[in-house]
Design a protein around this ligand. Structure first.
Ligand code: NAD
Length: 282
């Protein structure tokens, strides 16, 4: 515990991030003296590779922690003194804690997604899941699903190589579960056979309109989970809800990673429902 917490976020294009207000509002409600600053590499005229300089300065300035976002989540792996076991398995860190000058890397993206599943879809089956999108968010969601009991995971991406790479990495981490790369030509069958679908591509954001798969293929009762959270209500979620499917929006993961980060940084348990309410009012 500290008297005063100085925390930051480093990455590209983060000036409009909702993470700072989430941290500050919840920390204030918990009675903590907590300040959250952003370090946008583009605005600072820095490259992704300069993230080490930002971390050095933060350490020198007495920061308690830094959240790390795109495109630095892999770069920081080489900069920390210690890596949490899950961050090491995932090979991505979105939180670095400064512990007496000792840097420890964590990954709370997958925790945020997993907690969203548990809280938001309490009665759902996670046995067979089809995931579309195998980039940064997709790696965290796949890891969360496999940690949460998915026994058969299909991974699809327009870039088939990415699906194959992620499937190979996850299969090595979860040898007793079945993880397969699904070619786009086989996507329809994968959707039809799944208890639920995770959407982890940028489709649904204003500059990527549309829906990544045919919703009419979903089984009755199949759930749909979205990672996009700008907007919160994507076309995918709107249409899935209209068809009566249980849905989980991308805000769950966004709040969940902030909740888990705040808990690791301060050692205090935040109020998840309060954080959800605050996020949805932003
Ligand atoms: P990324 O670029 O790393 O990965 C996206 C992947 O989707 C790529 O591999 C791409 O080839 C694939 N793809 C794109 N269109 C596709 C399509 N139509 N069908 C199949 N595959 C397709 O991006 P990312 O960092 O993973 O981010 C993806 C989205 O997730 C963004 O909208 C981002 O804002 C969001 N995100 C949300 C959270 C959260 O907490 N909710 C966290 C991280 C990212």
């Amino acid at each position: 515990h500290r008297e005063h917490y100085l925390v930051g976020l480093v990455g590209e294009g983060i000036t409009v991030s909702l993470t700072p207000p989430m941290h500050e509002a919840e920390a204030a409600a918990l009675g903590l003296d907590y300040e959250y600053r952003t370090f946008d590499l583009i605005e600072l005229g820095l490259r992704a590779e300069d993230v080490g300089r930002v971390l050095d300065e933060a350490k020198r300035d007495g920061f308690a922690a830094m959240n790390i976002t795109h495109p630095c989540k892999q770069l920081v792996l080489d900069l920390v003194d210690e890596l949490d076991a899950d961050a090491a398995r995932l090979q991505a860190a979105n939180l670095v804690v400064f512990d007496d000058g000792h840097l420890i890397g964590y990954n709370t993206d997958w925790i945020g997604f997993r907690d969203g599943l548990t809280v938001g879809l309490p009665d759902a089956s996670f046995d067979r899941v089809l995931q579309i999108g195998c980039g940064g968010a997709g790696a965290a969601t796949a890891y969360a699903l496999l940690s949460h009991g998915t026994t058969r995971l299909g991974l699809c991406d327009v870039d088939y190589q990415r699906a194959q790479n992620l499937a190979g990495r996850m299969q090595a981490l979860f040898p007793d579960q079945s993880i397969v790369a699904v070619p786009r030509a086989a996507l329809d069958g994968g959707i039809a056979g799944a208890n639920g679908v995770v959407h982890a591509t940028p489709m649904g954001m204003s500059h990527h309109p549309g829906v990544a798969f045919d919703l009419s293929l979903l089984r009755a009762g199949a759930w749909v989970s979205e990672v996009v959270y700008r907007p919160l209500q994507t076309e995918l979620l709107r249409r899935a809800e209209e068809r009566g499917h249980p849905v989980l929006d991308g805000g769950r993961m966004a709040v969940g990673q902030a909740y888990a980060s705040l808990q690791i940084i301060t050692g205090t348990v935040p109020d998840r429902a309060r954080m959800e309410r605050h996020f949805r009012a932003l």
